[in-house]
Design a protein around this ligand. Structure first.
Ligand SMILES: [Zn+2]
Length: 457
């Protein structure tokens, strides 16, 4: 069995990083100690002055998904390559049960999408869009199959009406699952969108005005109350703003099983991006929309204070040409952004700038996702017995983000020409070096993960 000794690095686990040597044998971490003696059967990697992170887990991706009459440009093959190039060694994609399908069929269809090869480990959440007796029956089957987390929507054509949404939460709770909910008040959005004047149809700046923060906060508030009654653990996915976050803060103070996810687009940008010309502004169209600067500052503080539990990407990527589907009507722009490969580099830069601590980064990118998505027995931590998913970052180097070096198939980068402190040098997936300096060196090593039930953080 091949052994790798990572020497002299700083091992990052919350609450405190430590200077430790770390020994890997085969796919697992077998020892951590202040000093491990190198023997002739070990490959030695000198990590002096460098950080070792547990491989990042992205619990919110959409690969090979049909949206607004088109399909995301990244499928499982290209999307997982992009992920692992940026240190994300596990993704959990949103599989969908479409109307007329059973959950079992939805899962089968989704797992089929991985047939061309997958470059990081992966799991699937199940989005329920057709709640009926059969779906109710199959919630426990999903959990048996290792699909222990679900997704429900309050808007879009996959939305569930109140009764179905509540019943689904009751059943998920009964079976020991957890659910993410996309929260935006559908009626409010529909009314605001129908009021848009003809001459404003082509203006992207209408996008945030027709999906306001209160539509999100109202819906979050409703689902918090559903949690209170059903007991179903609820992850508020892609939280964008202070009003919604305050509802969730109250729920957490009541000790309800409520968790908060946000994404880099809401941390790094503000809604002035929608005032630019169409080709620029349309790149940033996603739902919920990007909010005010004060909201993003509030989210950063939430990461620091522990109010925000996880940072995922909601990677749902398109090309500029696909975004042009909404050239005459902003409502037809396929919503989504391309971030799966940038999240780790962005948050490391934020830790260098003291916006967050380095341990916060491990917590929101690796540890908390491992707890919520049932991977805490093998991923999310650099510990003995865990998978050797390891990200090595050199803080002295820099990273320049650009579409030129992008692995995702999307033809633009939201952070074009941005320079970040630190560089993700090496990424190991279960003991194998799979990416180096942003380039894939070994592809198609990903495995499907049957997940345990969530664990309360
Ligand atoms: Zn999403």
């Amino acid at each position: 069995m091949s052994k790798i000794l990572f020497k002299n690095g700083i091992v990052v686990n919350s609450p405190k990083s430590k200077k430790l040597d770390l020994l890997v044998s085969g796919e697992k971490i077998i020892k951590l100690a202040p000093k491990i003696k190198a023997t002739s059967d070990m490959e030695v990697i000198d990590c002096k002055g460098k950080y070792l992170f547990p491989g990042f887990i992205d619990g919110h991706t959409h690969f090979d998904l049909s949206v607004a009459g088109t399909t995301t440009i990244d499928d499982f093959y290209s999307g997982t390559k992009a992920a692992v190039s940026g240190g994300t060694t596990t993704i959990i994609d949103y599989g969908t049960q479409y109307k007329g399908e059973t959950l079992e069929e939805g899962l089968k269809n989704w797992l089929n999408k991985a047939k061309d090869g997958v470059s990081c480990d992966y799991g699937v959440h199940m989005s329920i869009s057709d709640w009926n007796e059969k779906a109710k029956e199959q919630v426990s089957l999903m959990i048996k199959e290792g699909v222990t987390s679900f997704k429900l929507y309050t808007t879009y054509d996959v939305k569930l009406e109140d009764k179905d949404l509540f019943e689904a939460m009751q059943e998920i709770s009964k079976c020991g699952g957890i659910t993410g909910v996309h929260c935006e008040n559908d009626g409010m959005i529909a009314a605001l969108r129908s009021e848009v004047k003809k001459e404003d149809d082509n203006k992207v700046k209408m996008h945030p005005l027709t999906r306001p923060d209160v539509a999100e906060a109202e819906s979050v508030n409703k689902v918090v109350y559903y949690t209170e009654n059903s007991g179903c653990p609820y992850i508020a996915v892609h939280v964008t703003n202070k009003k919604a976050l305050d509802e969730l803060k109250k729920a957490k103070e009541k000790k309800l099983p409520v968790y908060v996810e946000t994404c880099p687009q809401y941390l790094y940008f503000d809604d002035s991006v929608y005032n630019k010309n169409f080709s620029e502004a349309s790149k940033f169209v996603c739902a919920p929309p990007i909010r005010k600067k004060s909201d993003s500052e509030y989210l950063w503080k939430g990461i620091k204070s522990g109010l925000v539990d996880i940072v995922s990407t909601d990677h749902c990527s398109f090309t500029m040409k696909q975004k042009e589907l909404g050239k005459d009507d902003f409502r037809k722009i396929p919503g989504g952004v391309n971030l799966v490969e940038y999240r780790g580099a962005l948050l490391f830069d934020a830790s260098c700038k003291k916006k967050i601590k380095i341990e916060d980064m491990a917590r929101v990118l690796s540890e908390n996702p491992a707890y919520l998505f049932g991977l805490y027995d093998r991923k999310g931590f650099l510990k003995k017995g865990f998978d050797a998913d390891i990200v090595i970052i050199d803080p002295k180097k820099k990273t320049k983000l650009s579409v030129k070096s992008q692995v995702s198939k999307s033809d633009y980068c939201l952070f074009e020409n941005k320079t970040l402190a630190g560089k993700i040098e090496k990424v190991y997936l279960r003991g194998k070096l799979v990416a180096e300096n942003g380039n894939i060196v070994l592809e198609n090593q990903g495995k499907y993960l049957k997940r345990k039930k969530y664990k309360i953080i």
